[in-house]
Design a protein. Sequence first.
Length: 162
Amino acid sequence: MARVDGAFAEHLEGVTERGGRLFVRRPGTDEEVAVTVRYLRPLTSPTEIVFLDEKNREVATLRSVEALTPEQRSLVEPALRERYHLLTITRVHEVDVRFGTRYWRVDTDRGPRWFTLREPGKNVSWITEQRLVLRDSAGNRYQVTDLVALDERSRTWVTRSL
C-alpha cells in the first residue's frame, strides 16, 4: 500500500530508472517525478519506504518493498542498499581526540579504515545500549552491532571517546 497525501493507496505504479535516477509516476496523475528512496525509520524499523522528490517532499510511502512488483523491487532495493550501506566495526585500534575531533583507526568487515568523527552528539546514534551507528565527516556510516562482543581494548576506546 502506498500513502499519498496522508491516505494509503492500493499500489504504486510507474517506478522506472533512467540515466541512473529513479522516477515514480505521481499517484493519481501521469506526471513522472525524479525521486530518491529512503527508509522512514532506517535504524529501528527498516520496512516502510518513502519516495521523495528533489525538494524532499513526499511523493509516496509504502509499508514495505513487498508492495512493489518484482521489476520495481529490482530497481528500488539496490538504491536502498547503496544508501544504507554500513561498515561493521570489528576492532578499534585507536581513537585520537584533538580539538574535539576524533580520529578513528579501526578494522571493519571490509578491511581496515581510518576516519574522522566530529560532533558525536549529532553523528553517533545509540540504537540500543550495545548497538551504535557512527557517521564520519565524509558521510560514511559505521556500526558497532554489539559493544560487548568487541575485545576489551576496543570497548575501552569506544566508551572513552564517545
